[in-house]
Design a protein around this ligand. Structure first.
Ligand SMILES: Nc1ncnc2c1ncn2[C@@H]1O[C@H](COP(=O)(O)OP(=O)(O)O)[C@@H](O)[C@H]1O
Ligand SMILES: [Mg+2]
Length: 331
């Protein structure tokens, strides 16, 4: 019934005009936003919905436009040579496993025969050099102008960490941080790349907004743990990308449940399926869940993320399934 009602409303109004469709006890309330009232359209819509068995009353409500209007488009996009598509891996807060997800997702995408680049833009805590095993190694340049991307594992990569000393905390603000990221992205010899995965700085501040506007991002993946507090931040992440017109590819639930390395038993220590419910509420795809498992952590710390270290494991399969969904969405 719900699908039928949605289909009817969809015939009359565009998706961005439909704020909500509420159905309870034979009563339907359609809330529209930013639409001029049209009596005739209303009557036709109401009559059509009333044809559905079990519906007694239909109301149409008009509301003003939401206050969060799209942000002004920034001039002068950054051009990343040789890269066909860019996806951003983002999170509302730090420590939810954004980098672990980004690196394993990049490797899983490469397993699907895509040419992949991974760019670590996390100025607050670049961790890709550690996760891919080249921490402390400086990038090389053959021509004195462009750096060569690191060619570790099956992907090309570069990290803002090659410019920052991990042990000397350096607070980069606004334009300086963005300038450094732009330089590193545009002055690297990437070769031919199908998809670039960007490990974004966590959060939804000015730097994240500027990056989202300056880069031609084809889609964003939001990583969240199942706790409410992380999910609230995940919603902020989804809203931020929507405001800068970056499509949301979906939400991944990381540390979804605990798998005991000894007996394989499962425990939902942070609750479970919260990210899926949040994705459904926001109307964005749910891409999948990754459990909390010691092998995922230890392999990332050792410079061989789980997709490399345990190619046959169910964890690798989970990342590959998510990668397949992303490839399908980008097409
Ligand atoms: N699914 C997981 N299972 C086990 N440990 C994980 C998992 N995801 C992330 N971790 C660990 O949690 C910590 C934070 O993850 P990280 O990817 O660095 O988060 P972020 O980039 O969001 O700050 C790291 O020590 C990482 O190895
Ligand atoms: Mg990180």
């Amino acid at each position: 019934m719900e699908e039928d009602i949605k289909a009817i409303v969809g015939k009359y109004f565009a998706p961005e005009e439909i704020e909500n469709i509420g159905i309870f006890n034979g009563r339907v309330i359609v809330t529209l936003q930013n639409v001029a009232e049209d009596r005739e359209k209303n009557t036709n819509l109401e009559n059509e919905i009333k044809q559905i068995p079990g519906i007694q009353k239909v109301s149409v409500i008009y509301t003003a436009a939401k206050k969060t209007l799209p942000l002004k488009q920034e001039e002068g996009k950054w051009v990343v040579q040789g890269v066909k598509k860019i996806i951003a891996v983002a999170s509302g807060k730090g420590g939810v496993g954004k980098s672990t997800t980004a690196v394993n997702l990049a490797l899983a995408l490469a397993n699907h025969r895509q040419k992949i680049a991974l760019f670590d833009a996390d100025i607050y805590g670049p961790s890709i050099p550690t996760m891919l095993g080249y921490e402390g190694i400086a990038p090389i340049s053959y021509d004195g102008k462009t750096f060569e991307a690191f060619d570790y594992a099956s992907i090309k990569s570069m990290s803002i960490g090659t410019l920052i000393d991990r042990n000397t905390p350096l607070i980069w603000r606004g334009a300086k941080a963005c300038g450094a990221i732009e330089q590193l992205l545009t002055e690297v010899n990437w070769g031919e790349i199908d998809i670039m995965v960007i490990d974004m700085p966590p959060g939804t501040g000015d730097i994240q907004i500027t990056l989202s506007q300056k880069l031609n991002i084809d889609g964003a993946v939001i990583v969240s743990t199942p706790q409410d507090i992380a999910l609230i931040d995940a919603v902020k992440g989804v809203n931020m990308f929507s405001r800068v017109n970056v499509p949301i590819l979906g939400v991944i639930e990381n540390m979804s449940y605990y798998v005991c390395p000894h007996c394989g038993a499962r425990a939902d220590i942070f609750g479970h399926a919260g990210a899926q419910q949040t994705a459904e509420k926001l109307g964005v795809p749910f891409l999948g869940e990754i459990p909390l498992h010691i092998d995922i952590r230890s392999n990332a710390d050792n410079g061989t993320p789980i997709v490399m270290a345990e190619p046959e494991s169910p964890f690798t399969k989970a990342y590959e399934d998510i990668a397949a969904k992303i490839i399908a969405e980008l097409e």
